[in-house]
Design a protein around this ligand. Structure first.
Ligand code: TEU
Ligand code: CA
Length: 536
């Protein structure tokens, strides 16, 4: 990087407020809950909290359907609680970025309620047509809903109508919202599905298996113009960090959003590494293949200017269940994944619970799932007469609820004294903060060590990436910097394998107690960092 950015060496921890910590026994996590756990977050060593939406919302899509951008969802608390959270976080040296959902609002947002009247000045805030087109939504089915004599566009649920970014008033409204929060002292935004906000045309889309119509709204020039405007008129007047959530982008499209000279976003979440174990879409999952996954990691490390590295978030199943082994090698594989995520070039994101090795939920029937996406897709699968066993497999392998089960604080759960909004995993008896907090060999302790290592040398935030060796499920790369280089070795599999690389230097960290730099065989999921002998 030619110019250092204030965010360049930061590590981000994502909080999904609904599932983090409940203080008033209603089974729903809240802002006071987050405040009371700030010391825990700080103890991890992270610098920034990304807060999933806490705005007013009817919760059709758990807060990603906003009905009041300048209000707090009463389930989570009050604006005073939010001000206190920002203040208490800042006092501890923690910054907060908020989710900014501006592709759509809730259908219960006052703009949309007024927009239903064709003569209202709010009509053009949304996308209305007399006739629908063939576009399909991210959650399955048509992207249009009838209201009165017209149809409105919704790329997500019908309770999430898309904003019309051709209308200048929409841009002005969003600028005001961003300033409101930045003035309160937040550090920036995670911008939801930001690369689809601008619909260039409403023509029928090409026939394809999923997301018909996307060539008319994906990565459009109009979107770049909007991002440049928001950056120039709002963000550049504060010290900020921005990360875009960008579905279906290629490395080239990612760079077009983040290269410094473009003055748009700082970094984006790609999805390609999350799509290596699926056919067409995530509901048709295949076995996880480390080889394919690592190829994509290399490609993004080599081609993208600066990555937002993540293995989990509130939309994904748990990484240890998906990519590791959540039974025999739970500890080893969770630590290996941590080591990979925190040594790559870019900004690492850790999702709540990932640091203790939380696994997928232990749901047994459809009614235990809460997510609208799961319910919509299963309804569709029923209509298409998919066999029952396959429907169960779809839920088990792909439901977003696996990443949303309540945070496992204690052996008894510890998330709430009431009934949790989503089933708590029974394995909290063994996988929980209480058990891991003071155990020198725990996943949690390993995260803390890794984070400290990351902070103790400039190679992690400034060094380049170089692939050294990749054969099947074995992976070795270097991070290179004038003040010294690091070698990272990963054995992404259950089998012990020989790694034919000569090693020199000092072993900094490993997920086995007795690793050595003279060892040629890497054990199941073994991962090590070696500080190379320094030649000045
Ligand atoms: O996700 C965008 C998105 O594309 C998701 O639908 C993603 O493809 C899917 O979850 C994978 O199953 C963002 C938010 O992260 C998600 O929680 C919201 O539901 C969605 O936008 C709509 O706001
Ligand atoms: Ca609560």
């Amino acid at each position: 990087m030619n110019q250092r950015k204030s965010w360049q060496d930061k590590i981000v921890y994502q909080i999904y407020p609904r599932s983090f910590y409940d203080t008033n026994k209603d089974g729903i996590g809240d802002l006071l809950g987050i405040i009371s756990k700030l010391d825990y977050v700080k103890s991890l060593g992270v610098d920034v909290i990304w807060l999933s939406p806490v705005y007013r919302s009817p919760n059709d899509d758990n807060g990603y359907d906003i009905s009041g951008y300048l209000e707090i969802n009463p389930e989570f608390g009050t604006m005073e609680d939010m001000d206190r959270l920002i203040q208490e976080a800042n006092q501890r040296g923690l910054k907060i970025i908020m989710d900014l959902v501006i592709n759509h609002t809730s259908d219960e947002h006052p703009w949309f309620i007024q927009s239903k009247d064709p003569t209202s000045p709010y009509r053009d805030y949304y996308i209305w047509q007399d006739k629908l087109n063939n576009w399909t939504s991210f959650f399955g089915g048509s992207a249009w809903e009838k209201e009165g004599d017209s149809y409105y566009l919704h790329l997500f649920s019908k309770k999430q109508p898309d904003l019309n970014w051709h209308h200048p008033a929409v841009l002005d409204e969003i600028k005001k919202i961003m300033r409101f929060w930045l003035d309160k002292g937040i550090y920036g935004f995670r911008s939801d599905v930001i690369n689809v906000i601008y619909k260039t045309s409403l023509d029928d889309g090409k026939k394809r298996f999923v997301l018909v119509g996307r060539e008319h709204y994906h990565s459009q020039e109009g979107c770049h113009r909007i991002l440049q405007t928001l950056r120039r008129d709002v963000l550049d007047h504060y010290d900020t960090m921005t990360v875009g959530e960008t579905v279906l982008v290629s490395p080239k499209q990612a760079n077009d959003l983040i290269l410094p000279e473009r003055k748009e976003l700082d970094m984006v979440f790609g999805f390609e590494h999350m799509e290596t174990d699926q056919i067409n879409n995530k509901w048709f999952r295949t076995k996880f293949k480390a080889d394919r996954f690592l190829k994509v990691i290399t490609k993004w490390q080599e081609q993208v200017y600066w990555n937002a590295n993540y293995l989990e978030n509130h939309d994904q199943t748990r990484s240890v269940s998906r990519m590791g082994d959540d039974q025999t090698y739970h500890k080893e594989s969770a630590k290996m994944l941590a080591l990979l995520n925190l040594t790559l070039k870019g900004t690492p994101y850790i999702y709540q619970g990932e640091e203790i090795g939380m696994t997928n939920g232990d749901f047994t029937s459809l009614d235990e799932y809460q997510d609208i996406e799961t319910h919509r897709i299963i309804a569709l699968a029923q209509k298409l007469h998919f066999p029952k066993w396959y429907q169960r497999r779809m839920m088990k392998m792909s439901s977003r609820d696996h990443g949303r089960t309540p945070m496992q604080w204690t052996k008894a759960g510890g998330f709430t004294q009431g009934v949790p909004w989503l089933k708590m995993n029974q394995n909290t008896k063994t996988i929980c903060v209480e058990n891991e907090e003071n155990d020198p060999d725990s996943i949690l302790t390993f995260y803390r060590k890794l984070i400290q290592i990351r902070k103790s040398h400039p190679v992690w935030s400034d060094g380049s990436f170089e692939l050294v060796w990749h054969r099947h499920k074995q992976y070795a790369f270097k991070r290179i910097h004038q003040d010294g280089s690091m070698m990272i070795l990963i054995n992404f599999q259950k089998k012990t394998k020989k790694m034919p690389i000569a090693l020199k230097g000092e072993l900094l960290l490993s997920n086995y107690p007795d690793s050595s730099i003279h060892q040629r065989h890497l054990r199941p999921y073994e991962a090590v960092i070696i500080k190379e002998a320094h030649h000045a």
